[in-house]
Design a protein around this ligand. Structure first.
Ligand code: ATR
Length: 273
């Protein structure tokens, strides 16, 4: 049977193999989906070896999303706009790259969590592969102004430029966050808590109707969500729902049928949260 995988570093704790297996069982589609850990320098080689061993589709997670975009012969419109790929599909011996993260996030926030994103003044913290993946879909979903901050400010500038909506997208300095007032939507797209801990965020970013979202799930998401609750956020939403939704979008691209995500999400919440 054709092989699928999630490629990341680290990747051992990824839930993607369990999610895709559950989708396969639900739809009676036999599949082989594993996790492949590979360092940045070895990404291209690993991808080649995966194809040689029967690999036809892969999800890509941090820190490889931008590198994966460069490894593709063709890109979907949304992957090109993001400059980042989370879904690879082998087509005629070459990799086609797509990005389902943004659609997954929007679906989780508007569907599962019932948020109306329209006109929400939004702060995106981070400008790496995860931030790039979600920014275009958020703009398309009708959010208001989008402010982008990042530890390395040049990357915030580069992402803002790539989004191509200068009247609406504003790169700013992380150090200036205190001056920005409240946001309706605050999204943590950094991997900071994996290493050094959450950057210093003023509580003045959060108001009584603010939704705070961490794109990570599990322990990594806890510090940001705890900060958001302490600051009085209306919603504090982790990335598990987005993970399940982006997986369903990828599954649909590969297998031509979209799974029902609710039972899979409910099962994961019940067995880990
Ligand atoms: P991802 O796909 O998760 O975005 P990435 O491309 O490595 O992976 O990006 C990680 C993000 O987390 C970046 O925005 C990074 O900031 P830099 O561009 O300055 O590296 C951010 N990040 C990582 N560690 C951080 C820290 N300790 N403090 C603040 N931001 C951090």
């Amino acid at each position: 049977i054709p092989r699928y995988a999630v490629i990341g570093h680290p990747v051992a704790h990824s839930l993607s193999p369990r999610i895709h297996a559950a989708f396969g069982r639900q739809l009676s589609i036999a599949l082989d989906y594993s996790a492949i850990d590979t360092a940045a320098e070895e990404f291209d080689m690993t991808l080649g070896a995966f194809a040689a061993s029967g690999g036809v589709g892969a999800n890509v997670t941090l820190p490889h999303k931008q590198r994966a975009a460069r490894a593709c012969a063709t890109l979907s419109e949304r992957a090109r706009r993001a400059g980042a790929v989370n879904t690879l599909t082998l087509r005629g011996g070459e990799w086609h790259g797509d990005n389902t993260d943004g659609a997954g996030l929007v679906r989780d926030l508007t569907g599962r969590h019932g948020l109306d994103l329209r006109a929400r003044r939004t702060l995106l913290i981070g400008a790496g592969g995860a931030a790039r993946g979600v920014a275009p879909a958020l703009l398309d979903a009708g959010i208001g102004d989008l402010y982008i901050v990042n530890r390395t400010s040049e990357r915030a500038d580069a992402l803002a430029d790539a989004l191509g909506q200068p009247g609406r997208v504003h790169p700013r300095y992380l150090a200036d966050l205190k001056q920005f007032g409240e946001f309706d939507l605050v999204i943590n797209a950094t991997s900071a808590t994996r290493t050094d801990g959450l950057p210093d965020l003023p509580m003045s970013l959060v108001g009584a109707r603010t939704a705070a979202v961490d794109l990570s799930y599990g322990e990594v998401a806890i510090p940001f969500l705890a900060w958001a609750r302490a600051a009085g956020a209306h919603d504090a939403i982790g990335g598990l729902g987005m993970l399940v939704e982006q997986a369903a979008e990828s599954f649909a691209l590969w297998h031509g049928v979209r799974p029902d995500t609710d039972p899979v999400y409910a099962h994961l919440v019940e067995h880990r949260a």
